[in-house]
Design a protein around this ligand. Structure first.
Ligand SMILES: Cc1cc2nc3c(=O)[nH]c(=O)nc-3n(C[C@H](O)[C@H](O)[C@H](O)COP(=O)(O)OP(=O)(O)OC[C@H]3O[C@@H](n4cnc5c(N)ncnc54)[C@H](O)[C@@H]3O)c2cc1C
Length: 290
């Protein structure tokens, strides 16, 4: 199918984009990489009266380390992370994650921030954002506000973004040397979203895990940070026994919603297994890089 008719505006600044959104808040949509929005429009699940194209707004494609954070602009593409963007272990994590998103043509256009805005429950970047407690910058007519990832995702395709707001960037904290990172996912085909994905970042001092960040995609109605797993890991050695415990806890914390390709119990089981594997990869990563 073809999209329903729409008006099209090429915004030249964030201010111009925001005022266009504010003029028709429930009818206007930001166009970033278009890799989800255009599909939704073709299926006519989305019928925006106005598309506000932000691809010509200067300065939105930056990826910079500022203080202890990596700031990613709204036009940074998935592909930009295929080589490490920071010397910190965060660079390795983003590299591993990016290579799992769809396939190369989609990675060349789609944006990290667009994926956060779209809020697919099985998408990889939202899981990274909740694991790291990322901060999203939202520009609206009244100025810029910051929202933590944990409060941003409200359910499938639902976020705390107001219709008149545009996300200008996201800030991810650096993990610090001495962290190991792991990412694994289960998917049916190279062009389908993950059934379940898991990521882990751990820090080990004196032979025990001192901090961890663990999250799942495809295991609830939104990206899920498994805090019970993180709490249980603290003070334990990065051993098979510890990670087997994490597997059991993650399966209990997961709350998958029914979907056509895999039952709830299968995805709950997969969530546990993938958390264990992500932790094993994080421990290996730490060994190789320390
Ligand atoms: C075949 C296929 C397979 C895919 N597989 C995966 C996958 O495995 N994992 C995955 O994560 N994704 C996957 N995707 C989706 C892809 O990652 C998209 O690029 C991403 O979801 C949206 O980014 P985008 O820049 O293309 O956003 P767009 O499609 O332009 O926009 C998506 C939505 O976000 C809004 N939006 C975008 N940017 C902003 C902003 N700055 N401020 C406010 N609102 C904004 C738009 O208005 C729209 O509602 C797949 C897509 C296809 C077609």
């Amino acid at each position: 199918m073809k999209p329903a008719p729409f008006d099209y505006l090429v915004a030249r600044s964030v201010r111009e984009a925001v005022s266009a959104l504010a003029e028709r808040p429930s009818q206007a949509r930001v166009l970033a990489g278009g890799q989800s929005l255009v599909l939704e429009m073709n299926y006519r699940r989305e019928r925006p009266a106005l598309l506000v194209d932000i691809n010509h707004v200067p300065g939105l494609d930056g990826i910079e380390v500022e203080g202890g954070e990596l700031r990613v602009g709204a036009l940074a593409r998935h592909r930009d992370f295929e080589e490490p963007v920071a010397r910190d272990p965060l660079g390795r994590l983003l590299e591993r994650v990016s290579r799992h998103i769809a396939h190369p043509p989609i990675r060349a256009r789609g944006t990290m921030v667009g994926s956060l805005a779209y809020a697919h429950p099985a998408a990889e970047w939202p899981a990274v954002a909740v694991a790291l407690d990322a901060r999203l910058e939202l520009a609206g007519p009244e100025g810029v506000r910051t929202v933590r990832a944990g409060e941003f995702f409200r359910g499938p395709f639902a976020t705390a973004r107001r219709p008149e707001e545009m996300i200008t960037g996201v800030r991810l904290p650096l993990l610090g040397e001495g962290s190991g990172v792991g990412f694994v996912e289960l998917r049916r085909t190279g062009a389908s979203f993950a059934l379940v994905a898991a990521l882990a970042a751990i820090t080990v001092e004196g032979g025990v895990i001192t901090s961890s960040r663990v999250a799942l995609a495809g295991a609830a109605d939104r990206p899920l940070r498994v805090r019970g797993v993180e709490e249980a890991l603290a003070g334990d050695p990065p051993s098979d026994e510890t990670f087997a415990g994490a597997e059991r806890r993650a399966a209990l914390e997961a709350d998958p919603v029914p979907e056509p390709h895999a039952g709830v119990e299968y995805r709950r089981h997969a969530a546990g297994v993938l958390v264990r594997r992500a932790l094993e990869r994080a421990a290996e990563d730490l060994e190789v890089n320390s």
